[in-house]
Design a protein around this ligand. Structure first.
Ligand code: AMP
Ligand code: MG
Length: 421
């Protein structure tokens, strides 16, 4: 079967269209970081709940401050959580702290620094706080240092909208609005495995150190960690040998997966069992894309004992599988989380000459840095773009997207880059 290479954006939209949106699940605020909110969250209460002081000082009526300094009788205190229950009478002041309710009749806060405490000359007992007075040195300004009821938000206001990725600041806002749990999209379960008879797991030793032929399966752990960062729940499989029965055994053990990812065996070689299995079934959506690295990628549904599950077959080359994860696995996870963020790119100035391109869109590893003199980001591609060089991919901080059929590119051209990390 020779399907034509399909463009990257087509592959992305086919994947997005095929992925179901996850249902919601209720989580505690302490578990909500990084999760995607599944519904608009409205404030359950008003914040602040009443007019409150923004400073430590004294609550007074501005009428009493026509001439300053002026001594006002100190009749009580409004502390945070313990409001003064009476109204302010003319000629009096109430000590007030930050976050305490403004007493009825008060319209001005005089900060503590602009006052002096004194014993009320008409009342001789200095031990009795009720007989103290406060000398107001500054005539203040009505409304200053007062936080009005609802100035942050009112009951019923939308605090955070559905589809938002939650962080500590937003979770704090939701707590302020009276919530302690919320509904987020369930994390999609992503099962990840690598095929290849040469693969051993991190922690294992090659069997024949004198004639080394085995390599560490780095793809599984790399993709699992990337998937976790993307908001998925990663489940990993041990390496799968290039034998049909090994593949079937591994597949038969999968019971719960929203997406299955296998790397390796996706190409046209005689040991490429994954592509062979998919070609023989009618559940293939596409195979082989116009992308470098990543050409042999497969998308469809894997027919396993527990049913048909969305399936991505990624090339075994570590850089190819990593780049495909960044583009396609991210698209799949975003779609399952109900997000439509798309690939985030920005413009940078190219610092190299690149020959014209063929029909495969290329994701070139490189380094981006900010040039403060010209106020722009500069992208320098790495000299080798070999898809077996994991060292380069791991340390690159940007990928440049070189369009299919692009003409020669020169130093100074503006290019699209994806920022890594
Ligand atoms: P394949 O796509 O199976 O032809 O593999 C392409 C190349 O990637 C081969 O050199 C494999 O040894 C290598 N490779 C395949 N799977 C992995 C893996 N899980 N980790 C690291 N390298 C791999
Ligand atoms: Mg292989």
């Amino acid at each position: 079967m020779n399907t034509p290479l399909i463009p990257v954006h087509d592959a992305v939209s086919r994947i997005i269209d095929a992925m179901p949106v996850m249902t919601g699940e209720r989580v505690d605020l302490y578990q909500a970081n990084g999760r995607i909110l599944a519904e608009d969250m409205h404030a359950l209460l008003t914040n602040p709940p009443a007019d409150q002081s923004a400073m430590d000082g004294f609550a007074v009526s501005h009428h009493d401050l026509a001439e300053t300094p002026v001594a006002l009788r100190l009749i009580g205190e409004s502390a945070a959580g313990h409001p003064w229950p009476h109204a302010l009478a003319s000629g009096t002041a109430i000590r007030i702290s930050t976050g305490a309710n403004l007493p009825d009749g008060a319209d001005t806060i005089i900060i503590q620094e602009n006052t002096q405490l004194a014993t009320d000359p008409d009342n001789a007992d200095p031990d009795n706080a009720d007989q103290m007075s406060v000398v107001i040195l500054d005539n203040g300004k009505p409304g200053r240092f007062i936080r009005r009821k609802g100035q942050d938000f009112y009951k019923g206001d939308v605090l955070v909208s559905a589809g938002t990725k939650l962080d500590g600041r937003m979770i704090g806002l939701l707590a302020a609005g009276g919530h302690h749990t919320l509904i987020t999209r369930k994390k999609p379960v992503i099962v990840i495995g690598s095929t290849g008879s040469e693969l051993i797991e991190p922690g294992q030793q090659p069997v024949d150190a004198a004639h080394p032929a085995q390599i560490m399966s780095s793809n599984t752990v790399m993709i699992a960690n990337m998937v976790t960062d993307m908001g998925g729940h990663a489940i990993t499989l041990p390496p799968i040998a290039d034998q049909n029965d090994a593949l079937e055994t591994a597949l038969s053990g999968i019971t719960d997966a929203d997406l299955l990812i296998l790397t390796g065996g996706a190409s046209v070689g005689r040991h490429d069992l994954v592509s062979a299995r998919m070609k023989n079934r009618d559940t293939l959506n596409f195979w082989r894309i116009a992308m470098r690295p990543g050409k042999p990628m497969i998308f469809g549904q894997m027919d396993i004992a527990s049913g048909l599950i969305p399936f991505l077959g990624l090339p075994g080359n570590p850089v190819s599988s990593g780049v495909c994860t960044l583009i396609f696995v991210r698209a799949a996870i975003d779609a399952m989380l109900g997000l439509s963020t798309g690939i985030m790119t920005r413009k940078a100035v190219l610092a190299a000459t690149i020959p014209e391109n063929d029909e495969r869109e290329e994701y070139m590893r490189g380094m981006i840095s900010h040039d403060a003199m010209i106020g722009q980001d500069i992208f320098t591609p790495l000299s080798s773009q070999d898809s077996g060089k994991l060292m380069d991919f791991a340390h690159a901080n940007a990928l440049m997207i070189r369009p299919a059929h692009a003409a020669v590119m020169n130093t100074g051209d503006l290019v699209d880059v994806i920022i890594l990390k």
